[in-house]
Design a protein around this ligand. Structure first.
Ligand SMILES: [Zn+2]
Length: 258
């Protein structure tokens, strides 16, 4: 216990290390799109997560700085303009080297019980554990154009849980904002379920409203221009909620991406 506390204090005191910045330069495409202020905020929040959370490797996997920094920075990006405390529900991040084949009841699809192994790339548990599959996370960080990102997905579930349940509606500032959110998300969710949406969102968005928000978050940050074009209303409510404009960011600073 004292050891953990000391480690945490030492990590915070050392600050965000230059070698971690190098990792983000090389391993996370989004990093090149952020301006100096945004980078400072991501570093600040990521440092807090690196220090505070229990980072556990699964299955004999070894956690490197790259694993921890790439996951923490992406989680930090989600709360760039939101209260950092909204991530306080997370206590442990368990990183698996590769896809996990789970049996039994899968919390990602409530009520689903199956003897068939189901492929899991991640999971966010209400008790405060987030589980991430590293090869998928590493690939997504380098290839945002694919539009799927397990770290954004699971941490979107964490934001959703702040309001008590995973229902696709994270905390909103005003009733008006919440009303518009429900209106737009319900309409787009119906479109996804009927196959009449733009096709930008992964069909997994149609599983339930919680998955809809998580999948929409992945698209919002990783293929923002496509989402703004295909689902403008959805893009607008997400931009309002997150307080960010990733499409504008990509348009103005996209050429800096290597
Ligand atoms: Zn999910």
């Amino acid at each position: 216990m004292f050891g953990a506390r000391r480690r945490r204090k030492a990590t915070l005191e050392a600050g965000f290390l230059p070698e971690w910045r190098d990792i983000l330069d090389r391993r996370w495409r989004h990093w090149a799109l952020l301006d100096a202020g945004e980078r400072a905020r991501v570093e600040d929040v990521a440092l807090g997560l690196i220090a505070r959370l229990r980072w556990e490797p699964a299955n004999g996997f070894a956690l490197t700085d790259e694993v921890i920094v790439v996951v923490a920075a992406q989680a930090a990006l989600l709360v760039l303009e939101l209260p950092e405390a909204w991530l306080d529900g997370v206590r442990t991040v368990i990183v698996h080297p590769t896809t996990v084949h789970a049996r039994g009841e899968h919390s990602q699809v409530p009520g689903l019980v199956s003897d068939e192994p189901m492929e899991l790339l991640g999971e966010a548990q209400p008790e405060g554990t987030v589980f991430i599959v590293w090869d998928a996370a590493r690939f997504a960080a380098r290839h945002p154009e694919r539009g799927t990102n397990v770290v954004f997905h699971e941490f979107a579930h964490v934001l959703d849980m702040v309001s008590g349940m995973v229902d696709g509606t994270p905390p909103m500032d005003t009733d008006e904002q919440a009303q518009r959110w429900v209106e737009v998300c319900t309409a787009t969710y119906d479109d996804v379920q009927h196959g009449t949406d733009s096709g930008v969102l992964d069909p997994y968005a149609g599983v339930n409203p919680g998955e809809f928000f998580a999948v929409a978050t992945e698209a919002f940050f990783d293929v923002p221009i496509d989402l703004r074009e295909g689902e403008p209303d959805l893009y607008a409510v997400l931009a309002d909620f997150y307080g960010q404009d990733p499409a504008g960011r990509l348009e103005t600073r996209g050429t800096r991406a290597s």
